[in-house]
Write a protein that binds this ligand. Structure first.
Ligand SMILES: Nc1ncnc2c1ncn2[C@@H]1O[C@H](COP(=O)(O)OP(=O)(O)OP(=O)(O)O)[C@@H](O)[C@H]1O
Length: 702
């Protein structure tokens, strides 16, 4: 019975994570255009403070029928709004009610002086309020400043409004409708009006849960803007939008999503590949893509795939409007592999950074900032999207926006805001999955636990029941490879044997990587062992679970890894995290994340997987150790000491992934007489050459 609610059954729940019955009523009334003027709600922003998004669990959030004392501001707004009762827009009280119950918080990030001088906020009434406040009290308390920065823009109630209200291209609207989504997710509800509305398009920082549909939220406005651009500037050709993502897998997925949306709109979206050059295509200042015949395989990206390499080499210029790329690939193209100064991208009007916090993390920062600054159009808008975002990213964004304009020596044609939109609780894991934090004491204990998960019969003995397909994350590439060869023969030949389990990491060729992605998506591979390469962004809708075989290097990585399941509101996903004695110093931040996500879900204290005593007992990690852990992971597990071959027996032995149990599995399979598997086993035994040099653990008896 429990299987019927697994993500893999494809049953999509409501994709919205946060909602209340009261708002449902209000939204459907609005959707039905039955506007109730009597709505009066006291929903002061103090009710939704930074760290308390659980209010709807404790008491009913703003109710439309409730008559309560309105704040001074609310009265002002309501009175003003009554005048324009006939129009279809919402009053501020309704907007607040809907945004608050979906836990959407919009903040103007600019300095208050700037907001006052250049009022470009999305709500007129709010503008007036801010101004009058400022005039009355020049020095505002912190609380008042926060209040003055809060915005309550109009939410998107349904996808039809994209056409009826926001006038997006009819073909684009059709393409969205064809996806068959019933209601917009929170991030779509909040960001689409901001990006498509009549006010000047803002720069936007968005923090919204994993699997909540951020891709659609940034692609629709980007595509619509280009359709408009094509109308008004029919002669201007070149890259108008850039989407940057940290991995090839994610970039490729964005292109595939984009292709569905651009069909018939005249907009072209392209995945940046090795061998493409971004150069001057002849039109003055227009950047176009040029492709030569270097390797560019990858079956996920169908378009160029079907053409033989020779033919591809003859495509001199790819006229593309949207280029989707990883940072390094574009930087190399713009600087001829760092041999020249960066070419500029003068036409780009939209720069989207997906997984922005990792793109601006030291690992990618330099490349990302180079790309950002190479976009030299004064009307560039940036969008930074992720499920996690440190406050350092906000500061870096502000300073880069400023510096880029200073370097350009030009001003944008119209002033615009830098807004931040947060859905739910910043940096938290989604509430619709089960988290299991399991103490396994040793490396061998983890392997034993994982084997139990692989066997449905054995699973009934523990309380964890994990059905394929699922992902297993390790700390390093050698460990992913070792674990894969360890588990390869655990799946019986009758069920497909070793072909059901695969390993994916960045040492594989592009072609191998996309083949594995394709087979996993098709359901031919059931279990994918991987590194943090797949921790972010990739969307396997029907994945039932995630196993953190090695604990993640940070709380943010935990949020992203486990967010591969429970996509678009699906229930029943499981996240299992093993930890050993060595991991104890690093577990607290993960336990905290789980605790918060369980609070977000509500429910009884007894249902919680993280007990208070555990949280109290786990040690806190110093700032420096946190930094160190983030960069290197658990020391004892670092590559390259941990591969079997390189194990020097001095300490790393205890942390290696044992091979003896693999041998045991092979013996078991021999007994079963699975001929094909036996042939593979021999090959594998010959290749590894160290079957007898196994660890101390003898495997599990079935
Ligand atoms: N309104 C909607 N209703 C139902 N499903 C949706 C809706 N919008 C998007 N989806 C689906 O939700 C899934 C997750 O979307 P997406 O990959 O954009 O998530 P994300 O927010 O970018 O997550 P991550 O932070 O992990 O990158 C996709 O399969 C997408 O098709």
């Amino acid at each position: 019975a429990s299987d019927s609610r697994l993500p893999s059954t494809g049953k999509a729940a409501n994709p919205q994570l946060f909602r209340t019955a009261e708002t449902d009523k209000l939204e459907s009334a609005k959707n039905g255009k039955k506007r109730k003027r009597s709505a009066a709600v006291q929903q002061d922003e103090e009710d939704v403070p930074d760290l308390d998004f659980f209010s709807s669990n404790k008491r009913p959030a703003a109710s439309v029928t409730e008559t309560v004392v309105a704040t001074e501001d609310d009265v002002k707004v309501s009175a003003q709004d009554a005048v324009s009762d006939d129009d279809d827009s919402m009053d501020e009280v309704e907007r607040r009610t809907i945004l608050n119950s979906h836990k959407i918080k919009v903040t103007d990030m600019r300095d208050l002086e700037e907001i006052q001088v250049q009022p470009t906020s999305t709500t007129d009434s709010k503008k007036k309020k801010k101004k009058s406040k400022k005039e009355e009290a020049p020095t505002l308390s912190k609380k008042e400043q926060k209040r003055a920065r809060r915005l309550f823009p109009e939410p998107l109630l349904n996808f039809k409004e994209l056409r009826s209200k926001y006038k997006i291209s009819s073909r684009l609207a059709e393409n969205v409708a064809e996806q068959g989504f019933t209601v917009p997710t929170e991030v779509q509800l909040g960001t689409l009006p901001l990006l498509l509305g009549e006010s000047s398009e803002p720069d936007l920082l968005v923090v919204a849960p994993t699997g909540s549909g951020k891709t659609l939220s940034f692609l629709i406005p980007v595509i619509n803007k280009i359709v408009r651009h094509h109308h008004s500037n029919p002669d201007e050709h070149g890259i108008l939008s850039l989407v940057v993502a940290p991995t090839r897998e994610l970039a490729s997925q964005i292109v595939n999503e984009g292709r569905k949306l651009v069909a018939g709109t005249g907009v072209k979206i392209t995945l940046m590949r090795k061998g493409m050059r971004v150069g001057d295509g002849g039109d003055a200042g227009a950047n176009v893509l040029e492709e030569n015949n270097e390797e560019s395989s990858g079956s996920e990206d169908e378009e160029t795939e079907n053409k033989p390499a020779k033919e591809r080499a003859n495509i001199p210029v790819t006229k593309s409007d949207i280029l989707v790329t990883t940072p390094l690939m574009l930087v190399n193209a713009l600087s001829a592999n760092r041999t020249t100064t960066m070419t500029t991208l003068p036409l780009v009007r939209s720069l989207v950074m997906d997984e922005a916090d990792v793109l601006l993390d030291p690992l990618f920062r330099e490349q990302t900032l180079d790309i950002w600054k190479s976009c030299s159009h004064p009307d560039l808008r940036v969008g930074l999207w992720s499920a996690t975002m440190g406050s350092n990213i906000e500061d870096l964004t502000k300073s880069t926006i400023r510096e880029r304009l200073e370097d350009l020596g030009q001003k944008p044609s119209e002033p615009h805001a830098l807004l931040r939109l947060v859905v739910g609780l910043k940096d938290s894991a989604i509430p619709n999955i089960d988290h299991k934090l399991v103490y396994a004491a040793t490396e061998q204990g983890k392997l034993m636990g994982l084997r139990q998960l692989l066997r449905p019969a054995a699973a009934s003995a523990s309380d964890i029941r994990l059905r394929p397909p699922f992902l297993i994350f390790t700390q390093t590439i050698p460990r992913a490879v070792a674990l894969h060869s360890e588990l390869k023969y655990d799946i019986p030949a009758e069920a497909g044997g070793s072909s059901r389990i695969a390993v994916l990491h960045s040492d594989l060729s592009d072609g191998q990587r996309s083949d594995i992605m394709r087979d996993f998506r098709k359901g031919e591979i059931w279990i994918l062992v991987t590194t943090d390469l797949l921790a972010r962004g990739v969307d396997f809708r029907g994945i039932n679970g995630v196993v953190n075989y090695d604990i993640p290097n940070s709380a943010a990585v935990y949020v992203h890894r486990v967010g591969r399941t429970g996509r678009a509101g699906r229930e029943g996903g499981i996240a299992v995290t093993y930890y050993t004695k060595e991991d104890i110093p690093y577990v607290k931040s993960i336990a905290n994340i789980i605790d918060v996500s369980e609070k977000l879900r509500g429910g009884e204290e007894g249902d919680k997987s993280i007990q208070k005593w555990l949280l109290d007992a786990l040690p806190n990690l110093s700032k420096n150790s946190k930094k160190d852990m983030k960069r290197h992971g658990v020391k004892a597990r670092q590559a390259p000491r941990l591969t079997d071959k390189e194990d020097d027996g001095k300490g790393a032995r205890g942390m290696r992934i044992s091979t003896k149990s693999g041998f045991e599995r092979r013996m078991e399979n021999n007994k079963r007489g699975a001929i094909e598997a036996s042939r593979n086993r021999k090959a594998a035994a010959a290749a590894s050459g160290n079957v007898s040099d196994a660890g101390s653990w003898g495997g599990l008896d079935d």
